[in-house]
Design a protein around this ligand. Structure first.
Ligand SMILES: Cc1cc2nc3c(=O)[nH]c(=O)nc-3n(C[C@H](O)[C@H](O)[C@H](O)COP(=O)(O)OP(=O)(O)OC[C@H]3O[C@@H](n4cnc5c(N)ncnc54)[C@H](O)[C@@H]3O)c2cc1C
Length: 394
């Protein structure tokens, strides 16, 4: 019998484990894979991560990111770089491994190769059932096993219909070849509906990917991705023989998504805590895990359930941000050509957006600012769209 069991040890689970173990709680982390393991991801972490205390990731940062070279359907390239970092590029296998090791050093027990299949709430504890018949008992349970979570689908309504879908490829390149690309990202709008394509340069390889809303991209994303690989100027002439990975992005879609049930809660991707505009999820997984840890500690100390402080955190901190990012996604992905024209003409728009990514400006404030710019401009199509949208949402 443990105080807490955590399922899944990505950024959310490993952070939760660390937060509890470092305060002396008896916590076990169950992970399906063995570390270090691959995770399909761009590995670009916003500088918001600097606000997470106790992290020492300097040795894991491949390169700070100062901005991006944008393109529209692999043409009309515009480089918009800032004087200070917006994000850090990391290799996810090493980054996630570091988080798990940190949790172990803090005293957490970790069981790898253990797939969690279900939970059953009993009178004063939770039984966690794993593949092969193994089970664990704990006072509380945290579901942090990501987009493929079986428990979140059954108990927290993780909903594949609301996912983004993606393809990625890791292309090895000469280290000197990537040197001139480091510090920059490449982001392409317009090729894929409700999404974008990217190239995130690392030392010795390029993380390349494309993601979009599953309802609008299903059946065509693979072809769009191949077109992007063939046509983008940063990839021209490179042999593209690496494996293509497909994975899901459980983007935010509603405040009503249940994240708490009896003695269990969900966090990170398993709770749909991914930014619906650009798909940022690593920081949100870690920040939500910290909030979840605080709520679990309150529950242990008071022997109560409900996790009120966690629900308040989501309601007051993350959901307002995600709602604004969803509105921004609606604006940009419905009219990518017009959005791109705005960015080309006024790079200041992206400089301000970098401050949203850094956590210095709230997304709602940015969205209102962009809307106020749009309505002052004679771009009639987008203006009509906005008026229509405002009428419909009241
Ligand atoms: C293509 C792509 C690109 C992305 N790029 C970025 C980016 O550049 N920057 C960014 O901030 N975010 C990015 N994201 C989002 C980011 O990857 C996720 O939001 C983040 O990994 C969420 O962390 P997590 O801990 O909640 O879940 P995960 O990182 O998915 O970790 C879940 C863990 O649970 C384990 N697991 C799964 N099932 C079980 C089970 N049944 N039992 C036990 N363990 C299990 C998994 O093996 C895994 O280790 C990207 C996502 C995708 C798909």
């Amino acid at each position: 019998m443990h105080q807490v069991v955590v399922s899944g040890l990505g950024p959310a689970g490993a952070t939760l484990l660390y937060e509890l173990a470092s305060r002396g709680y008896d916590v076990v982390g169950l992970e399906r894979e063995r570390f270090p393991r691959y995770k399909s991801c761009g590995g670009c972490i916003s500088t918001k991560i600097d606000s997470i205390e106790g992290l020492d990731i300097e040795h894991l940062v491949e390169t700070p990111v100062y901005g991006a070279t944008f393109s529209y359907k692999q043409s009309r390239y515009v480089e918009i770089l800032s004087s200070e970092p917006v994000a850090y590029n990391v290799k996810r296998d090493l980054f996630d491994n570091y988080l798990v090791e940190r949790a172990k050093e803090a005293g957490a027990m970790v069981v790898e190769g253990c797939k969690v299949e279900d939970i059953v709430e009993e009178s004063d504890h939770i039984k966690v059932i794993c593949h092969g018949g193994r089970s664990f008992r704990a006072g509380f349970f945290a579901c942090a096993d990501g987009a493929g979570s079986l428990v979140a689908r059954k108990h927290f309504s993780l909903n594949p219909k609301e996912f983004g879908i993606s393809y990625t490829m890791e292309i090895p390149v000469d280290e000197t070849d990537t040197e001139k690309l480091l510090g920059n990202l490449f982001i392409d709008f317009g090729e894929v509906p409700s999404g974008y394509a990217w190239i995130f340069p690392k030392k010795g390889h390029l993380s390349v990917g494309m993601a979009g809303e599953s309802r609008r991209c299903r059946g065509r994303l693979r072809k769009d991705f191949e077109k992007f690989l063939k046509n983008h100027s940063a990839l021209a002439g490179r042999p593209l023989k690496e494996k293509v990975h497909g994975w899901m992005l459980p983007v935010y879609h509603s405040d009503d998504h249940p994240v708490v049930k009896g003695r269990a809660l969900a966090t990170g991707d398993a709770a749909h805590l991914v930014d619906p505009f650009l798909g940022e999820g690593i920081y949100y997984a870690m920040a939500s895990a910290q909030a979840a840890a605080r709520a679990i500690i309150e529950a242990i100390e008071k022997n109560a359930t409900g996790f009120g402080s966690y629900r308040e955190y989501l309601k007051n901190e993350l959901y307002p941000e995600f709602r604004a990012l969803a509105k921004l996604a609606g604006l940009v992905y419905t009219h990518p050509r017009l959005w791109y024209r705005m960015v080309e003409k006024e790079p200041e728009i992206m400089h301000r957006y970098y401050d949203v990514i850094r956590g210095r400006i709230r997304a709602e404030e940015f969205y209102r600012w962009v809307v106020s710019k749009v309505v002052r401009k004679p771009w009639k199509v987008i203006r009509r769209w906005l008026e229509d949208k405002l009428l419909r949402t009241g």
